[in-house]
Design a protein around this ligand. Structure first.
Ligand code: SF4
Length: 353
């Protein structure tokens, strides 16, 4: 059932939350600009990544690719290199593809029309709402994880996260609540409330500007909302990684151009369960590599979504300099610029420490 909201109530929500935001908002670098390109980059980075981590990446990315035209002119390899360490690399590939589309369809200028923005690769309803409302103050709604939690509690929404029913209700509320003026502040205030006070655990309702309007607080159901979605069981994965360094260069494998972490570079890796007793031998054989040690040199742990990975690294050597695709040599001095997978970075760090 759809939540009922009177106009006076909507205005009170807007007034109280925006006033609170003006008092407490964090000073973040992307909040000092109205450049839609810079805001778009921050939004792409902030999906799945913590604010503290994003700040440096955002500054470096903008220094290297200051506008959509510069990003469109870059090689995807360089864009992935600047993204390396942030994870979820599809975001970087989508940014690059969207920059190309902006150059081609809109003369390099970020469009203002919501329809045109949502047609860009990788830009969904949330990102379009965020960029248009923050950069142009357009009355566009948005819902992200923080907003979902705030709304679920404010309006006591019982449908579980991820359900169609909850999605519908959240977007309907966002559309009805977004003000005609000050939409950027409203949207940011909602996200700020979710990020700072209305936290998943132990929300600070005593400091919340909307406490007296919060239905979950009145009903004592704050801790149980939003209802969680069914969790996927975690999967243990055991990998073996081959580390071959020769004449100041490391041997990498280029991942396929589609699928997970497409186009990234990783140390030759094999899943133990898939390899059976052969273990590293298929890789070593294809690359003409001899294993130097039968015992692993280092072991690292890594998590990707619900996969809990244990990787053991072995050292190898090869007499062959020219190797077929997908093998590539890259100088140790350039490792910082390469689009390396997170696991490969961890292994290389562990080897050097
Ligand atoms: S009163 Fe508590 S639960 Fe309700 S919106 Fe505020 S912080 Fe969240």
């Amino acid at each position: 059932m759809s939540t009922t909201l009177a106009s006076a109530e909507i205005r009170a929500f807007q007034r109280e939350l925006i006033a609170w935001f003006a008092r407490v908002k964090r000073d973040l670098p992307w909040r000092r600009t109205r450049d839609p390109y810079a805001i778009w980059i921050s939004e792409a980075m902030l999906q799945q990544t913590r604010v503290e981590t994003v700040i440096d990446y955002w500054r470096r990315f903008l220094a290297r690719f200051p506008n959509a035209a510069a990003l469109a002119d870059a090689r995807e390899e360089d864009v992935l290199g600047s993204w390396s360490g942030l994870g979820y690399y599809r975001r970087a590939r989508n940014l690059h593809a969207a920059a190309l589309a902006i150059r081609e369809r809109h003369g390099g200028v970020f469009p203002r029309d919501p329809e045109l923005v949502r047609e860009l690769p990788g830009i969904g309803r949330y990102t379009a709402g965020a960029v248009l409302s923050i950069a142009f103050d357009a009355p566009e709604p948005l819902v992200d994880g923080n907003v979902a939690r705030v709304f679920a509690r404010l309006f006591e929404l019982e449908a579980p996260l991820g359900s169609k029913e909850l999605e519908r209700e959240l977007w309907s509320l966002a559309e009805r609540l977004v003000p005609a003026r000050g939409a950027g502040d409203w949207n940011q205030a909602l996200m700020e409330l979710g990020a700072t006070l209305c936290a998943p655990k132990k929300p600070r309702c005593d400091a919340c500007p909307l406490a007296r309007r919060c239905r979950a607080l009145a009903a004592g159901s704050v801790e149980t909302l939003p209802r969680p979605k069914a969790r996927r069981a975690s999967v243990e994965v055991e990998l073996e990684v081959l580390c071959v360094e020769r004449d100041g260069a490391w041997l990498f494998v280029r991942r396929p151009s589609d699928g997970r972490m497409a186009g990234m570079l990783e140390l030759p890796t094999i899943e133990v369960a898939a390899a059976g007793r052969e273990r590293l031998h298929p890789i070593a054989h294809a690359a003409g590599v001899e294993l130097r040690a039968s015992e692993p040199l280092v072991q690292v742990r890594h998590t990707i979504t619900h996969h809990r990975i244990r990787a053991q690294a072995f050292v190898g050597r090869t007499a062959r300099r020219a190797l077929p695709e997908p093998y590539e040599w890259h100088a140790s001095s350039r490792l910082g610029e390469l689009p390396l997978t997170g696991l490969t970075k961890k292994v290389l760090r562990a080897l050097r420490s």
